[in-house]
Design a protein around this ligand. Structure first.
Ligand code: TXA
Ligand code: MG
Length: 375
């Protein structure tokens, strides 16, 4: 696609972000420029604590359409609306907020939790893809908050990647995907959480539509009961099987996060040993030359790396560390960067080690199931 914009790229004073000085951030030239562009109906990328978002005025059809165009996003996949205060929340929804939902809001906002509520008639169909509900989130990143407050707008914002690519966790990731296709990129440093928000439907029985930055356990703690996961949409694997049926959350039926490099999940140690034996065996045969040129990647936790690095060496093998099992938050924060860097390594294929689906590990594995192929 031809370049439509001369994308403005601006860094924002990192100290103000670290200090969460929202009032001073609003005085920054870059933030003022961004707020003005948004008021004019433009589309631009800004950092949130989860991933970078691609924002536009949620109340204007024309502005929201620019988001879909820039990303190449299917029109039937609704957007999350980002807000900075309770008045904005009230202005978007229909009906009362239940005590339970209030409780979730006061515990997790601002932060990586998106809540699905009934929408009112003021929001255009373009924002919610014609649904009667709307996904709303109050981001915690000081720069997102400064931008929403200064513009006075609720911002429709999906992740700021090309549709199908891993979500961006740095301004450079955004530039790689969208330079020339959007008005501006605000650089506020790397996103801390690194995975998208948890999407929670609170209309009727509460259920997780997408695991993310707030863990199932933390939500259950606040609710005071266990979530029913009989209709378990949590595993990307199951989502794949449900592709042809009508999904609860429209975004779940599309392929996501996929590197070009074929990626496979290694479930456990036995699985890893089996794969290793196959590779070592084939390296002895006629394929050796080919294997040397295009290595097989192994993305391992630091613990497995220590254990297996003495076996796993040679020209046909490339080892990549993904972080410690004891610090799953770090694995989550670096995951999308890692998936993006895979394609620069000229690998024939790559294997990535599974981690326990606990805490944010559930969201990590959900993204990996979606990014990977069935072995
Ligand atoms: O952390 C995040 O949530 C990031 C940052 C930018 O806030 N945003 C994000 O947006 O991940 P996106 O568009 O990449 O993912 C939004 C997900 C999609 O799966 C979409 O289908 C679902 O939320 N969604 C949006 N509105 C919905 C609705 N009314 N009902 C059900 N699912 C909805
Ligand atoms: Mg996305």
């Amino acid at each position: 696609m031809s370049k439509k914009y001369d994308t403005i790229f601006q860094k924002v004073n990192y100290n103000l972000i670290k200090e969460a000085n929202i009032e001073e951030l609003k005085k920054e030239e870059a933030v003022k420029l961004a707020a003005n562009l948004l008021k004019k109906g433009e589309v631009l990328a800004f950092p949130t604590e989860t991933v970078y978002g691609l924002g536009a005025d949620a109340s204007k059809t024309k502005a929201v359409e620019k988001i879909y165009q820039a990303k190449g996003r299917p029109q039937d996949n609704p957007l999350i609306v980002h807000i900075a205060n309770r008045e904005q929340l009230r202005s978007l929804i229909r009906g009362d907020i239940s005590v339970e939902t209030e409780n979730l809001i006061s515990n997790f906002w601002p932060g990586p939790l998106t809540i699905i509520l009934d929408k009112n008639d003021l929001l255009p169909d373009a924002t919610t893809a014609g649904l009667s509900s709307v996904a709303i989130r109050m981001p915690a990143h000081p720069l997102s908050r400064a931008l929403i407050e200064l513009s006075g707008l609720a911002l429709a914002a999906p992740s700021a990647n090309k549709s199908g690519a891993p979500s961006p966790t740095t301004a450079d990731h955004v530039a790689n995907d969208l330079d020339g296709r959007i008005a501006m990129i605000l650089d506020g440093g790397p996103s801390k959480v690194g995975l998208e928000s948890t999407v929670l439907d609170v209309r009727g029985q509460v259920r997780i539509l997408r695991p993310g930055g707030v863990s199932r356990k933390d939500i259950e703690k606040v609710l005071g009961y266990k979530l029913d996961d009989s209709n378990n949409y949590v595993q990307g694997k199951l989502e794949k099987e449900l592709d042809n049926e009508k999904p609860l959350s429209p975004g779940m039926k599309y392929r996501h996060y996929s590197p070009e490099t074929p990626l496979y999940i290694v479930k456990d140690n036995d699985d890893l040993v089996k794969i290793l034996e196959e590779i070592l065996h084939s390296n002895k045969g006629d394929n050796y030359q080919k294997e040397c040129q295009e290595a097989v990647g192994f993305i391992l936790t630091n613990e497995s790396y220590e254990k297996y690095s003495s076996f796993l060496h040679g020209p046909g093998i490339k080892l990549i560390k993904m972080g410690s099992r004891k610090k799953v938050e770090m694995i989550a924060a670096n995951l999308f960067s890692l998936l993006r860097s895979l394609d620069q390594m000229s690998l024939r294929k790559a294997y990535i080690e599974a981690i326990p689906e606990e805490g944010i590990g559930e969201a990590v594995m959900n993204r990996l199931y979606k990014a990977s192929l069935e072995s």
